[in-house]
Design a protein around this ligand. Structure first.
Ligand SMILES: [Cu+2]
Length: 92
């Protein structure tokens, strides 16, 4: 019985990282008007807990964000860019 309990505890400890999926989303950020804008957008997204990587393209007016979906949501990211002055939407 004790062995079973510790096995369940072990499974619990191992399963949380397995459930957290790393996802990528592309955000359209039409408000970027110069080469410095991506820096502001990138900084804003980097402050969102759970965001692992951000590639912002000024030419494409988009931000490709890699994030942990157990820690953050796309809504939190679009809010962060909007708060920085660059409203964004999910690009499909
Ligand atoms: Cu700018």
């Amino acid at each position: 019985m004790k062995k079973l309990v510790s096995l369940i505890a072990l499974m619990g400890a191992l399963s949380s990282p397995a459930w957290a999926a790393t996802k990528t989303v592309t955000l359209a950020v039409p408000g970027m008007t110069c080469a410095a804008c991506p820096i502001t957008v990138k900084t804003a997204l980097a402050k969102v807990a759970g965001v692992e990587r951000t590639d912002v393209s000024f030419e494409k007016r988009e931000a490709v964000v890699t994030y942990d979906d157990a820690k953050t949501t796309v809504a939190a990211m679009t809010r962060a860019t909007a708060d920085a002055g660059y409203p964004s939407t999910v690009k499909r």
